[in-house]
Design a protein around this ligand. Structure first.
Ligand code: SF4
Length: 134
């Protein structure tokens, strides 16, 4: 992972569709679309004081992906690392219903939800590429 350059902190919300899509999209970017360029940072560990996550975020650029407009990942990054290089708020991109939907298990996802995952993964890639070419 020597050329890893960017951390993505995804919403950890377990209670809404936005959280599920945030995590699946982040994983897709890391494992398929920008392999070796991106690592995911664990939001709960980051908030809890995880040294490795915070040290990484102090050195490398971080993109926050939030499932609703409470923007926990963005707020935590600003608080503990001082800067966030890119942000995505799924409720802004896909409407407030995404934060209200109680479909939370990947088992229950339908084709339309996987299309949302693909769309958000592409949005994350756009942010990643903006950071890389800066
Ligand atoms: S951004 Fe919203 S869904 Fe995600 S962890 Fe925060 S409150 Fe929960």
């Amino acid at each position: 992972m020597a050329d890893t350059q960017i951390g993505v902190i995804s919403c950890s919300g377990e209670e809404c569709l936005g959280g599920t899509i945030s995590r699946l999209a982040t994983r897709k970017v890391m494992e398929n679309l920008r392999v070796g360029k991106v690592v995911s940072l664990c939001l709960p560990l980051y908030i809890a004081g995880g040294k490795e996550e915070r040290d990484f975020a102090k050195v490398y650029p971080v993109i926050a992906v939030d499932g609703c407009n409470k923007c926990c990942a963005k707020r935590a990054t600003l608080k503990y690392s001082g800067e966030v290089k890119g942000t995505l708020d799924l409720s802004e991109l896909m409407g407030e219903d995404i934060a209200l939907s109680k479909i939370v298990s990947a088992r229950d996802l339908k084709e339309e939800h996987y299309q949302m995952v693909n769309q958000i993964a592409e949005e994350i890639c756009r942010k990643v590429d903006q950071v890389i070419i800066r």
